[in-house]
Structures are given as structure tokens and as C-alpha cells.
Design a protein around this ligand. Structure first.
Ligand code: WT7
Length: 645
């Protein structure tokens, strides 16, 4: 073992866990050496198939061809619901904790199955069928899960848009995937404040006649705009619909969902996942990474609008027949003890959250944690960004009372499911490291020229072969899929992340190596924020970079060049921040706007972001070579403006 601090697997943990070190190593080796048999066995063990596949895999990364379990037939809602009814139909599938403490709902597998069948019939009545895209724009209420599963039941492809996104962002996504049905709620609630979801939908689809149906859940009960031909109340329509609905038999490679995520350039990409491989890896990783034992209560604090919510609130837990807690609120309302109260109230065994939440709660001291027992907790997970060792230690010591294993799970919207993570009974922990690859995952570190680096080293993180839950394409733009992920290092998938591998083979993710920001675990493209800023008539040019932020991980730093004759002012600054918020959503609100009379550009006009990052981070001693700039004096101006800001 290396010099870093390690937390070995306690003997008792290894004995009680689903997999110990030896089993992990043996299975991992087999997953790479004999993938056909390994994956066939897993697909049989984890999923119920109407018809078994003809071919386990048919992959060629260089050609952009990824196919798993071709010819196999299955249905996701059947795997998440129907097959559990005989054995544990009365177990809670969902425990819902509302924004307001004290309001909860418990929904059994049988009840969830019925709700899903009813909504599936409503969708069918409105003409929604196999392959049609349905946009879901919902708060964190059980009906969001019902909506997802109802789509999968009839073979419709859901495209969830996070409820914090603006009408503008929603419209882009509805148009890009040509969604003709939208499922929403009257309003969401966050820390007691309403979020006008239905009104946002109205704005988003204004003039978009292709949308023929909007199904609305009555949640807060406040008035909303209503178009009788197009609008359907969820409660009315589902009450009138049949409680039985046969599942569509889907091919393993039929599309399951589209989820938009940001890249370094251009508009967000519609990441497309398909049915069999996605469900298998979501299901398997849920069971092994969280060491899920039958009957346990599991809570992932993400939103279903992100991939974490897809795979680890809905598809992973429900395909395993687990009880998944759905939380509408925020970590700090009514106070920063909220998480621990919910854990005690519902006796949560497995808890999965983001480093940004841990860091913000850490800042509030230990008392609010110690006020609650947390004795039900066994496993703690983290995801979304690198976790700094201080936050890791606090999570381990204060939240977990040095009794819980921590799994730091590295993955992406594109990977569909967890790729690098410890398994609780198998892998010794090192704070800040995602540790070792999951079954079938073959990470590689490569230098900028594509040379594969061996041993303890640092480089660009690639995955050298296809895995079951890998994205299949970017919806409507396969060429962009190839260019973004598969051509930089031919034959490998390029993650966009940098990583270090230590002498024990452990991976340490160092963060994005492209122009993607990770703000409070939310992924954003600098280009998207720049496009919003330049919409303002006073803005000539804008460049956005990330800088280290104590709580958010990264903050958003904007350099703005105003058009000639416009004077900078605090009002203008507030206006620009408001514009970004309106265009993208509150999560994209700039932390810093610095006026920049000029931006550092090369003679060919390319902005040198490296310099902008250094100025934002206040690393002025290491600006590097500025001699290739068209006008090096721009840099001095940026530095002096920084000091005045
Ligand atoms: C990016 C993917 C995966 C679900 C949530 C985010 C960063 C994610 C970790 C981790 C270090 C992490 C990476 C990755 N990231 N998990 N455990 N350690 N970095 O999904 O929005 O697609 O973002 O999040 O930079 O590329 P996403």
C-alpha cells in the first residue's frame, strides 16, 4: 500500500458483504478475459427477458457501433415492477419525503405498478406509442417516477428536463427531440417556495403546435393556465383509465431515454441510452456498489432530472426490488439537519449524495449532525465531482461515525452507470480516490498524443472497450457523437476527465480537461453561458472559465467586453447575471463578472483560456508564455481590473 492514508475493509464487513476482495478480483478478471460468458450470466441473473439475446455484444468503438444483447426482448417497467409483485408486492417501492418536513407518502410495488399502468393507458389514449419522445419536467414527487416507468412500459422514450431549467432551455430540448407530449406539475416546491413549472411549460411551447398533450399533476393546487384540447389533469385522466396495461416487448437496443448534458462547445447534447445494456449495468452497479441487501432502505439525494436520478433513484433500485427514498426538498431547509432527520425518520441504510452538499453542511458544524442518531446508516456514497479529502474525512467521521464504508463513484451521463468505485466489502479506501474499475470497465490513461501510459502516472482518462450502459449516440447527431468521444483517441472512449493512477492501481479523478464546468455537481458548458451573455445588446464579447470555489467545487467566472461607448455599472452586472439565469436557469448564475476591455487572443483570434483561468484563480505568477498573444498588454489590464473588482 502507498503512503496515502487508507481505510482497510474491516474483516466483519468483508464477511457480510456481497463481494469480498478475492471475489471482486476474480469477477473483474473474468469480465475482461471472458466477456461473452460473464455478461450473459449477469444478464440472466439480473434481468427478466421475454426472449434471450442472439449475440452478447457486437461492438466496434472505432466505428461508433455499440450493441449489447442484440435480439433480446425485455421491458424496463416489467423488470422494475411486475416481476416483484409475487415476492414483495407489499414492500415500499418509494418513500416520499416532501419539501415540508412531516409530509410523507409510502407507495408499495403493487401501488406503483397500478399507477404506472394507468398513466401508460392515458398516454396510449393520447396517441403516444413505441419510439415517441415524451418530455418530463417535474418536481421530485412520486409521479415523476410513475411518468418515467409509464413511458418505458409502452416503449416511449423519455427526455427529462431538470425542473430548475428555464423555459428557454426546456423549449430547446423539446424541439431537439421533437417531443409532442409533456408531463409536468402545476408547481414544484423548494424550501417552501413555489416553482412555476406549468407556466414555464406554457412559455416553452408557445407557438410550438407539434405538442399535442400536456399532462399536469396537481401538486400545490395553485391556479394555472389551461388549454382544454391540449391539457390533461393527471388525477382525472388516470382515475378514468384502466389499471391494467400490457408491456411492450422492446428490443435490447431500442432507445430507452434521452438526457441532455453540456459539452465544451455548442448546445447541450441529447445523450441516448438504450434498453438492455443500460438496465443491466444500472441494476448490477446498484447492487454491488451499494452492497444492497434485501429489504434495505436506500436514499439518493439527486434529482430525477440528472442521470444520477435516472440510474440510482429509479432504474437501479427498482430493478432490484429495493425501497428508494424520493426527496423533494433541499439539504438546508428548514435547517441544515434535514438530511439526518430524514435518515432517522425513515431508517435509511444506504445514503448517496454529492460532495458539494457535504461541504455546505460541513460548514454548519457538527451539532446539527450529532442531534440525530444516524444509527441505521451502513454505506455512504458520493458522486458528481472530485471529493476533497477534508470533506471525505468529515463524511466518514462525523456522518458515518467511522462505521460506514464510503463509495466514491465516478461516472458520467454518457456512461449511464457507475464505472469506477470501491465495493464496500472488497476495496480498501483512500480519501479522494474513486479507487478501482467496475466489472467490464477497462480504464486507460493516455497522453495528448494518444500514447497509452502504464503504471503510476497521470493522463487523459479513456475507456478502452465498450460497456453495456454506454451511450449509443447523440440524438440526431451521430457525427458529433463520434467527434466528441471516439475520434480523439481512436478505438477508445474519451471521458473529458483527467486522472492519476497510483502504485496500487487506484484512480484519482483530477477534473475536466475540456471547457466543461462542474458547479455544485451540475455540469455546464462555458459556451452556453457565453451565448447567453452575448444576447445582451451591450455585450460585445464574453469568455467564461471556472475557478476553485470552497463549497461549489467550481464557480463561474465571466469576462465581459462591452460594446464601444457603454459604461460598466453594477446595474449592468446584475442585469447580465439575471440574463444568464433566465436563459439557462438559476444553477448557471455567474459568481463573478469582470469587465474586460480586451480578451487575450492569439494572432489567429483564438481566446487563450489558460490565461483567463489563471487570472480568475489569482495564480498570477504562473501565467505562462504570453508572447504569442496578438496584444500582450491585454493581460496587464485584466490583472489590474481583477484587483479592482
Ligand atoms: C462529470 C460527469 C455521474 C453522475 C453525476 C454527474 C465528474 C462525476 C465524479 C467522482 C470525480 C466526478 C467528472 C465527470 N464526476 N463523478 N466521483 N469524482 N469527478 O454526471 O453531469 O454527466 O458529469 O462529473 O468530471 O466527467 P455528469
Amino acid at each position: 500500500m502507498s503512503a496515502e492514508k487508507t481505510y482497510p475493509v474491516p474483516e466483519q464487513t468483508a464477511a457480510n458483504a456481497l463481494l469480498n476482495r478475492e471475489q471482486y478480483e476474480q469477477m473483474y478478471r473474468r469480465s475482461l478475459e471472458d466477456p461473452e460468458n460473464f455478461w450473459a450470466e449477469q444478464a440472466d441473473a439480473f434481468l427478466s427477458w421475454f426472449k434471450r439475446w442472439d449475440k452478447v455484444q457486437n461492438n466496434d468503438l472505432a466505428k461508433g457501433q455499440i450493441r449489447w444483447f442484440e435480439g433480446g426482448k425485455l421491458n424496463v417497467s416489467y423488470n422494475c415492477l411486475d416481476r416483484h409483485l409475487d415476492t414483495h408486492g407489499d414492500r415500499h417501492a418509494i418513500i416520499w419525503e416532501a419539501d415540508e418536513p412531516g409530509t410523507t407518502r409510502h407507495i408499495t410495488y403493487r401501488e406503483l405498478h397500478e399507477a404506472v399502468c394507468r398513466l401508460a393507458n392515458v398516454l396510449k389514449d393520447r396517441g403516444v406509442g413505441k419510439g415517441d419522445r415524451v418530455s418530463i419536467y417535474m418536481p421530485m414527487i412520486p409521479e415523476a417516477v410513475v411518468a418515467m416507468l409509464a413511458c418505458t412500459r409502452i416503449g416511449a422514450v423519455h427526455s427529462i428536463v431538470f425542473g430548475g431549467f428555464s423555459p428557454h432551455a426546456l423549449r430547446d430540448r423539446i424541439e431537439d427531440a421533437d417531443c409532442r407530449t409533456v408531463i409536468t406539475a402545476d408547481e414544484g416546491l423548494r424550501s417552501g417556495k413555489p416553482v412555476p413549472l406549468k407556466e414555464n411549460v406554457e412559455k416553452a411551447i408557445d407557438g410550438l403546435d407539434s405538442v399535442h398533450t400536456v399532462v399536469t399533476v396537481k401538486h400545490t393546487g395553485n391556479d394555472v393556465t389551461w388549454h382544454p384540447e391540449r391539457d390533461v389533469w393527471y388525477h382525472e385522466a388516470t382515475a378514468a383509465a384502466s389499471a391494467e396495461c400490457a408491456c411492450e416487448e422492446m428490443d435490447a437496443e431500442d432507445p430507452l431515454f434521452i438526457l441532455y448534458t453540456s459539452g465544451s462547445t455548442g448546445k447541450p447534447k441529447g445523450v441516448l441510452h438504450t434498453t438492455g445494456g443500460y438496465l443491466l449495468q444500472a441494476s448490477m452497479t446498484f447492487k454491488y456498489v451499494f452492497d444492497y441487501h434485501d429489504g434495505e432502505v436506500y436514499w439518493c439525494t439527486a434529482d430525477v432530472g440528472w442521470v444520477t436520478g435516472h440510474s440510482y433513484i429509479v432504474y437501479g433500485p427498482l430493478s432490484n426490488g429495493a425501497t428508494s427514498l424520493v426527496f423533494e426538498g433541499v439539504p438546508t431547509y428548514p435547517d441544515a439537519g434535514r438530511f439526518w432527520q430524514v435518515i432517522d425518520d425513515h431508517q435509511v441504510n444506504i445514503f448517496y449524495t454529492a460532495p458539494t452538499a457535504i461541504r455546505s453542511l460541513m460548514g454548519q458544524g457538527e451539532d446539527l449532525v450529532k442531534k440525530y442518531s444516524r444509527s441505521s446508516l451502513r454505506i455512504l456514497g458520493t458522486v458528481g465531482e472530485p471529493i476533497n479529502p477534508e470533506a471525505w474525512e468529515w463524511y466518514y467521521r462525523v456522518v458515518g461515525d467511522e462505521r460506514c464504508r464510503i463509495v466514491d463513484t465516478w461516472w458520467q451521463t454518457e456512461t449511464g452507470a457507475i464505472m469506477i468505485s470501491a465495493l464496500p466489502g472488497a476495496v480498501d479506501l483512500k480519501p479522494g480516490s474513486a479507487t478501482l474499475p467496475f466489472f467490464g470497465v477497462e480504464p486507460q490513461l493516455v497522453d495528448n498524443d494518444g500514447n497509452v501510459l502504464e503504471g503510476a502516472t497521470e493522463g487523459n482518462l479513456c475507456i478502452n472497450r465498450a460497456w453495456p450502459s454506454m451511450m449509443r449516440t447523440i440524438y440526431g447527431d451521430h457525427e458529433r457523437f463520434m467527434n466528441t468521444y471516439l475520434t480523439t483517441y481512436k478505438g477508445k472512449y474519451f471521458t473529458g476527465d483527467g486522472a492519476r493512477r497510483d502504485e496500487d492501481g487506484y484512480y484519482w479523478i483530477t477534473g475536466r480537461v475540456d471547457d466543461v464546468l462542474n458547479v455544485s455537481g451540475h455540469r455546464m458548458g462555458t459556451a452556453e453561458i457565453e451565448s447567453a451573455l452575448v444576447l445582451h445588446e451591450s455585450v460585445a464579447e464574453a469568455a467564461v472559465v471556472g475557478y476553485p470555489h470552497d463549497v461549489k467545487g467550481q464557480g463561474i467566472y465571466c469576462y465581459v467586453t462591452l460594446v464601444n461607448g457603454v459604461e460598466p455599472s453594477d446595474d449592468l452586472q446584475a442585469e447580465l447575471a439575471g440574463l444568464v439565469r433566465k436563459e439557462i436557469g438559476p444553477i448557471a448564475k455567474p459568481d463573478v463578472i469582470q469587465w474586460a476591455p480586451g480578451l487575450p487572443k492569439t494572432r489567429s483570434g483564438k481566446i487563450m483560456r489558460r490565461i483567463l483561468r489563471k487570472v480568475a484563480t489569482n495564480e498570477l505568477d504562473s501565467l505562462g508564455d504570453t508572447s504569442t498573444l496578438a496584444d500582450p498588454s491585454v493581460v496587464d489590464e485584466l490583472i489590474s481590473n481583477r484587483a479592482n473588482r
